[in-house]
Design a binder for this molecule. Structure first.
Ligand code: NAI
Length: 377
């Protein structure tokens, strides 16, 4: 692992998720921007002293020289570092699991996607919400035509944690997220809007054609947006509305997706992640439960407990790690991946996410609609 040191947020989620199914073992790390802190954190996490590295270049040099070198490296650092770290890892022959957004700029995302394809390395992107079994259930049912042609969708990711200027009060996570150089051009849209965009496309299979965006910065002195409204047009005429906010008081990770087709609709809400609400045309509204007999193999494979025992965020994240393991193993064994290793977020999905963020900022700055270029569809 690179990043995810003492006091960091997502690194610990990766550590728990990676270990949940026994597919991965964490054996080496350069966990902190401060080499000494990184090394001592590595020791506290049980790494062998030889594999407690001060920075990612030392990690690469050390691991390349070992017979039992790591198979893959998880990148859990602020956005602007993803590209140089991923590039160096891929060039040294490692597979990569990278946090979203894939990179801080579109140029870097295009370069990383190309490098991934040329090298044959695996690059998985941790779009967390695509790990939920009932999100897969919606995807499978929409692909099977259960709600007919999709007419419209609503997707939202509201948070409240940045409702005041916490970036100037010592909050490390907020500090880099409000700095365009370290974060990229999209504030709330780059941090959480990118999750919502991916979720909507993942579930419906729709390709985004154009968008019109309105970005706002409500907290005084903040350099990036903290609230985004995006109107979207998908190929084939479907419409979408996306809302991301870091200042939506009363909301904590209330990711919600509603998809309306000509024959019915699906709704999924991350605070009740074990349920998918299905409303067929002319029929009764139904709740489909994770773990029940009526769910697809795709959802069953991503469940661990019977219905009624709640599963959530950590299990969804673990599903991504299990999918990455299956995809890598299949590539190594030169076979097609099993169901678990299919429909998972890869470098190209990361590139599309960065292109979306850039298009949103371009639209907001110009007050004009923006058409997604071919690289991003
Ligand atoms: P954080 O600020 O809590 O942690 C960043 C960590 O990276 C710190 O330990 C820092 O010392 C380390 N670091 C920084 N530069 C480094 C370098 N060059 N080498 C080694 N370590 C370095 O950040 P947070 O919130 O954990 O976010 C990290 C990444 O994860 C971001 O890209 C963010 O967008 C993403 N993220 C994804 C989430 C998801 O749902 N998939 C949720 C939260 C964050």
């Amino acid at each position: 692992m690179v990043g995810g040191g003492e006091g960091a947020y997502i690194g610990n989620i990766h550590r728990i998720a990676a270990r949940l199914d026994g597919e991965w073992e964490l054996v080496a790390g350069a966990f902190d921007v401060d080499p000494e802190k990184g090394r001592s954190f590595a020791l506290s996490q049980g790494m062998h002293p030889d594999r407690a590295y001060g920075d990612y270049l030392a990690l690469i040099a050390g691991e390349v020289a070992r017979e039992d070198r790591v198979d893959a490296v998880a990148i859990c650092t602020p956005n602007f570092t993803h590209y140089p770290i991923a590039k160096a890892l891929i060039e040294a022959g490692f597979d990569v699991i990278c946090e979203k957004p894939l990179t801080a700029t579109l140029e870097d995302a295009v370069a990383l996607d190309s490098l991934t394809r040329e090298s044959g390395r695996f690059v998985g992107v941790t779009y967390t919400y695509s790990g939920y079994p009932m999100v897969h259930e919606a995807r499978v049912r929409i692909a099977a035509g259960e709600i007919g042609i999709v007419r419209s969708l609503q997707v939202e990711y509201p948070l409240e944690w940045m409702a005041t200027a916490i970036e100037s009060q010592g909050n490390a996570q907020a500090a880099w997220r409000t700095d365009p150089k370290r974060n990229g051009r999209g504030g709330s849209i780059g941090d959480i809007g990118t999750h919502a965009y991916h979720l909507a496309g993942f579930v419906t299979g729709l390709k985004l054609e154009s968008l019109t965006a309105d970005l706002a910065t409500f907290v005084e002195g903040r350099a990036l947006d903290d609230n985004a409204h995006v109107m979207m047009r998908y190929e084939g005429g479907a419409r979408g509305l996306l809302w991301s906010s870091q200042v939506a008081l009363g909301n904590s990770n209330g990711v919600r997706l509603r998809v309306f087709g000509e024959k019915g609709s699906f709704q999924w809400f991350q605070e009740q992640p074990n349920e998918l609400v299905y409303a067929p045309l002319g029929g009764r509204v139904q709740t489909i439960k994770r773990g029940s007999d009526e769910v697809s193999e795709d959802a069953r494979l991503r469940s661990r407990t019977p219905p009624g025992h709640p599963e959530g965020y950590l299990e969804a994240f673990a599903n991504l790690y299990a999918s990455f393991a299956e995809a890598i193993r299949a590539r190594n064994e030169e076979r097609a991946p099993g169901l678990l290793g299919q429909n998972l977020p890869l470098a190209y999905d990361g590139l599309k996410g960065v292109a979306f963020v850039e298009a949103v900022v371009d639209s907001a700055e110009s007050n004009e609609p923006v058409w997604l270029t071919p690289v991003a569809v």
